[in-house]
Design a binder for this molecule. Structure first.
Ligand SMILES: *Cc1c(COP(=O)(O)O)cnc(C)c1O
Length: 576
């Protein structure tokens, strides 16, 4: 039941029945994007990858869960890089029927006064041990729908505000009604980011209260009951990441679903703020790293906000060569990655050889994709992010001559990847300027930009890089997970202290910090650390370097995994 896609192994059981899942599922996880496998283009970035790792760990742990997302027939964005180094946007279609089958059920929601029919498709994700969870894809490409509504579930995150609202209606309202229509008896709804907030509003409509209760708290529905059901995970402190809709516009599409008075109490007086709506209607709210919890509490002081640090699905993101090594030394690591704590006992030469195998794959992929030929005996610095201002992809290029001098003294190589949102012109400019810098630095520093960052390229990069660079503007990186993937492969993080790294960082043991509190000093600090600590260690003390690789696998792999994360959600959020 395992299928190979290049070097990746993903499992699925198409066609398995749904009735046992309907009987068993108690927790429904709603996410606008879920990254299940590279061929299923239902994700844009980190949020979807996290949701995918959540699916994988829920299956491993046999949690009674069902997942709900959109079909996204046209995907998010296929990225092409043109001759000038600029991103060119394309749709990224995929074939839903190759990976899921339609269920013989549909429900309607009202959008702008019209009935919009929503049909679910089911994909079963099975763990290697045979336990499995269902994922439902919501689809409005149905003949019964008005042609404009048939496109609602086409393109992920690309489209105008109205399209965005309609997608959130299909996910939240449509998804809730479908689970109900299919006979699921859900006790806990997990809203992965504010996109799913209308789900909580739909739950609210199910619990009207009598006039006496209304006069007590001014609400026409039983808020506490909905709060006892809903868990909300917020994923970004960046304001633009919080959906807001104009109330007049929202009223046009939502119609009588929207009770304006009640909505203003729950979701903000000025605009319909989906984060506020989810905060108001969820009894458990969390940020995705300790530091992000602190930031979120400052942003929303009147709510109780906890934190559950993100994790990665270790078995998915570990390169096959490293995985074989773990299989021998720590046989249960795929199911119980906490046991990777013993990876510090691995033999140095075996760890190095497994890493070199992963690096050879990255080098081969880079040559095939860009024509740039990298050297296996020189360190590779990997950097892959969504290309947008606060991630500061340009930081390492702040002083080109300094960078050139560092690379001349102790050579290294740079591999970069990342997409800009089609509407983010600044992000697109960043891609063009990163490409211009890479060209200007050759041949003193070999570098490549890998077009089309996705799960597959992500895995090549995190497994094959020696050093994993991250330079966001604090405190805007909520968590980040790619550095965790690098670590479980023996990659060493070189990162600004933000997001998850604050918890995992141990200087000179698990990796290195870049800079302090003042972001103005970060570029200088990065150059100093690269030139004086990181590159000398790689070139001149291989023994200590490999010791750090094993520390990273052991200390980070054993803690920052999605099994650990899901155990925390299960015990802290779902079993309240
Ligand atoms: C892991 C991953 C991400 C998220 O990583 P960050 O550290 O949050 O940037 C995004 N996209 C892909 C393809 C990934 O594999």
């Amino acid at each position: 039941m395992t299928q190979q896609t290049s070097h990746l192994a993903w499992t699925s059981v198409p066609g398995a029945g749904i009735s046992k899942f309907i009987r068993r599922a108690r927790i429904a996880y709603f996410s606008m994007e879920i990254a299940l496998r590279p061929e299923m283009h239902t994700y844009a970035g980190g949020l979807g990858i996290l949701a995918g790792d959540t699916v994988r760990s829920a299956a491993d742990l046999d949690l009674p869960m069902v997942f709900v997302t959109l079909a996204s027939h046209e995907g998010y964005l296929r990225q092409e890089i043109d001759e000038a180094g600029r991103q060119v946007d394309h749709p990224d279609p995929w074939t839903l029927s190759d990976w899921a089958r339609p269920l013989d059920a549909s429900i309607a929601i009202r959008v702008e006064g019209r009935a919009v029919w929503v049909r679910p498709w089911i994909h079963i994700h099975a763990a290697p041990t045979g336990t499995a969870v269902p994922v439902l894809f919501l689809d409005t490409r149905l003949k019964a729908n008005d042609p404009v509504d048939q496109t609602i579930t086409d393109r992920l995150y690309v489209g105008d505000e109205a399209m965005r609202l309609k997608q959130e209606m299909v996910l939240g309202i449509g998804g809730e009604r479908l689970l109900n229509a299919l006979g699921f008896a859900i006790e806990t709804f997990h809203l992965n980011e504010g996109h799913a907030a209308l789900l909580a509003a739909e739950r609210l409509r199910r619990y009207p209260v009598n006039v006496e209760m209304q006069s007590l708290n001014g609400h026409r529905h039983d808020i506490e009951r909905v709060r006892s059901e809903c868990v909300f995970t917020t994923h970004t402190p960046v304001e633009a990441g919080h959906d807001r809709f104009d109330y007049d516009m929202a009223a046009r599409y939502l119609g009588e679903f929207l009770d304006p008075e009640q909505m203003r109490l729950l979701a903000g007086t000025e605009t319909l703020n989906m984060t506020r709506l989810a905060l108001s209607l969820s009894g458990f709210v969390n940020g995705v790293a300790r530091r992000h919890g602190e930031t979120t509490r400052r942003m929303f002081p009147s709510y109780r906000i906890r934190d559950i640090t993100n994790g990665i699905h270790a078995a998915t993101w570990t390169h096959a060569a490293m995985g074989r090594l773990f299989d021998e030394a720590v046989p249960s690591w795929r199911h119980a990655p906490d046991e990777l704590v013993n990876a510090d006992q691995l033999a140095d030469n075996q760890v190095w050889e497994a890493h070199q195998a992963a690096k050879a794959d990255l080098i081969a992929y880079t040559a095939k994709s860009t024509g740039v030929v990298l050297q296996p005996d020189l360190p590779i610095v990997g950097y892959a992010r969504r290309m947008t201002g606060y991630k500061r992809p340009e930081l390492i290029f702040s002083d080109i001559e300094r960078l050139r001098a560092i690379a001349r003294e102790r050579p290294f190589q740079l591999v970069v990847a990342g997409k800009a949102h089609p509407h983010d012109t600044d992000g697109k400019d960043l891609i063009a300027s990163v490409n211009a810098h890479l060209r200007a630095l050759a041949p003193d520093l070999s570098g490549a930009f890998l077009p089309g960052y996705d799960m597959d390229i992500g895995k090549h990069l995190v497994a094959g890089s020696d050093i994993w660079l991250n330079t966001p503007l604090p405190p805007l990186e909520a968590s980040g997970t790619s550095g965790m993937k690098a670590a479980v492969n023996g990659g060493l993080n070189l990162s600004v202290l933000d997001g998850w790294w604050v918890e995992a960082w141990s200087e000179g043991v698990t990796g290195w910090a870049v800079g302090g509190d003042d972001p103005a000093g970060h570029a200088e600090a990065l150059y100093d650390k690269l030139a004086n600590v990181v590159l000398p260690l790689y070139h001149e003390d291989r023994g200590k370097w490999i010791w750090m690789m094993k520390q990273a696998i052991s200390k980070i792999g054993s803690r920052f995994n999605s099994q650990m994360m899901m155990r925390r959600y299960a015990s802290e959020a779902y079993l309240r």
